[in-house]
Design a binder for this molecule. Structure first.
Ligand code: HEC
Length: 151
């Protein structure tokens, strides 16, 4: 039986929306990376494109996993005891203590432990982001290997 006109139309509409979704997704990603490049390069010209991808990924993951308590701008939420992460001495140095805190939280804390929810790459990206944002200027990135060792 020949395909009806309406079936053809539906197919065309479906196909073009799939093409648009893919193309628009790529355009968004390219735009996101361009904005991230401007932002991070103006802060520190030595960041490479690979570094900027990690910092941008860290920002996205931070907004998803941490900003509900620590706020998007890192100012914290004192009513629930979440300290500011902006200009935070712990993050300014971002050593093993910071990594352990994010992986395992600590007894009695309302902060969740992220060891099983996030990969070492993701935790490294989030801490790298926090440690170089809002007046924290670590100046380098946290390596996933360092996170993996503390898991
Ligand atoms: C449900 C709320 C909540 C979420 C979500 C949360 N935190 Fe926390 N965070 C807290 C609270 C409360 C504290 C203070 C108590 C403590 O030290 O555990 C804290 C403490 C910290 C500290 C120590 C700061 C200091 O100066 O002692 C760091 C670093 C931190 N959080 C990072 C993160 C990161 C990164 C994420 C996301 C991966 C995150 N937090 C998600 C509530 C939260």
């Amino acid at each position: 039986m020949p395909e009806s006109l309406s079936m053809k139309l539906i197919r065309v509409v479906l196909l073009s929306s799939v093409v648009c979704l893919t193309a628009c997704g790529q355009a968004n990603e390219a735009q996101h990376l361009e904005q991230a490049t401007q932002k991070w390069k103006s802060q520190n010209s030595k960041w490479t494109t690979a570094d900027i991808r990690i910092l941008a990924q860290g920002e996205t993951l931070y907004r998803k996993n941490c900003s509900a308590c620590h706020k998007r701008d890192g100012s914290g939420e004192l009513s629930i005891g979440a300290p500011p992460l902006r200009k935070n001495p712990l993050l300014h140095q971002a050593g093993n203590d910071t990594i352990k805190r994010v992986l395992h939280s600590r007894p009695g804390s309302t902060m969740p432990a992220f060891a099983s929810a996030l990969s070492a790459d993701e935790v490294a990206a989030i801490i790298s982001y926090c440690a170089n944002e809002w007046g924290n200027q670590l100046g380098y990135l946290i390596e996933p290997e360092q996170v993996e060792k503390l898991r």
